[in-house]
Design a protein around this ligand. Structure first.
Ligand code: SAH
Length: 365
């Protein structure tokens, strides 16, 4: 089945849901906030649109979904106060794949509107928020209609698993044992997808419009950097399950992640070659796998390592379970993620766990 038909973050608000397991992504959003606020404020004060049209691509469902939108509204409201202007109207589009849990978002909207009214008064807005199911690798909006595009933790997901990687045996992502053809196929798929993404948004963005994207990244040009560690450990866990007969080896060989961790050079190369956007800002930063794990004593403690590993396993499960369960079956998920947790605990006894992200701020030409 096609990735884009089945892929979704875990639904609802339960123990394994994305809503309850997206604190790492929230930290990434917090780190990128100054770039987002800088870009939207600049756009607003330059163009002063009467209605600000904003699209969040890959919004998922949970506390992060409306976080950036509320930060943007807050920043524009403050700017308007400083400049003694009345606030604009807001039209917000929340986009994700059709299997995203949009209903869960819609249920939170009345409280969100109510809060806005309470904090900003009756004169504020109006602000309308709409869900937009569809792939960001397709056209989503009419030409020249969106002032500001935002996307966090999403555009590293490819439109499909790269083709011609049948020889990626025993791995689910890039690994040092890969033949060069696998590395090439992954990079080419990312180049194709990201370039398409830029060219589609270039058609949809208004003149002078902006776009801020946050995605996983790597600091070095080595495609096997430690940033891909979580997927290596998931490969190992799946291999263990195959050797114990829980899953078929052939099934493992045919599973690959539609995901790519890019470097600065690769991103700059694609943006430059595609040619629709100026790259205004580029930043790279790390967040700890466990936000609370930032004092040295904590890391010495086996129990804390175990707790962090448990959280990491939950984060990864909330993100990737839909694809794994569809391929290997629901029944092996608990045993898989228990094994995964053991590998992560072991890793944390040797080194810190970090998630590296890149934030780029783009301006339409
Ligand atoms: N922005 C949120 C969610 C990130 S999770 C946050 O920062 O927490 C990544 C999201 O991207 C998922 O909900 C996934 O369904 C979505 N996604 C992946 N590929 C997509 C595509 N081609 N089109 C639209 N959404 C996509």
């Amino acid at each position: 089945m096609e990735v884009q038909q089945i892929f979704h973050m875990n639904w609802g608000n339960g123990e394994t849901s994305y809503a309850c397991n997206s604190i790492l992504q929230k930290l990434v959003i917090n780190m990128a906030k100054p770039v987002v606020i800088g870009s939207i404020s600049d756009l607003y004060t330059t163009n002063l649109p009467r209605c600000l049209r904003i699209a969040d691509l890959g919004c998922s469902s949970g506390p992060n979904t409306l976080l950036v939108i509320s930060e943007i509204i807050e920043a524009i409201d403050e700017t308007c106060h400083e400049l003694k202007l009345s606030t604009p109207e807001f039209q917000v589009f929340l986009n994700d794949l059709p299997s995203n849990d949009f209903n869960n978002i819609f249920k939170t909207l009345p409280a969100f509107y109510e809060q806005l009214k309470k904090e900003k008064g009756e004169k504020f807005g109006p602000c309308s928020i709409t869900g937009l199911p569809g792939s960001f690798y397709d056209r989503l909006f009419p030409s020249n209609s969106i002032d500001f595009f935002h996307s966090s933790n999403s555009v590293h997901w490819l439109s499909q698993v790269p083709s011609m990687i049948e020889n990626n045996k025993g791995n689910i992502y890039l690994a040092r044992t890969n033949p060069p053809s696998v590395v090439k196929a992954y990079l080419e798929q990312f180049q194709k997808d990201f370039s398409l993404f830029l060219s589609l948004r270039a058609k949809e963005i208004t003149s002078g419009g902006r776009m801020v994207l946050t995605l996983v990244g790597r600091r070095s040009e080595d495609p096997f950097g430690k940033e891909s560690y979580p997927w290596e450990q998931l490969s190992k866990s799946l291999n263990d399950l195959a050797s114990k007969g829980f899953i078929e080896e052939a099934k493992l060989d045919s599973f690959n992640m539609p995901y790519y961790i890019s470097s600065r050079k690769e991103l700059e190369g694609i943006i430059c070659a595609e040619g629709s956007f100026y790259l205004d800002q580029f930043e790279i930063f790390d967040v700890n796998w466990d936000a609370s794990d930032d004092d040295a004593d904590n890391k010495e403690c086996t129990f804390n390592r175990f707790i962090t590993a448990q959280k990491v396993a939950q984060y990864v499960r909330a993100v990737i379970e839909s694809l794994l369960a569809c391929h290997f079956g629901d029944v092996v998920m608990d045993v898989l993620f228990n094994r995964y947790m053991e590998y992560v605990t072991d890793h944390l006894s040797k080194e810190e766990g970090k998630l590296t992200s890149i934030v780029i701020s783009l301006r339409g030409k």
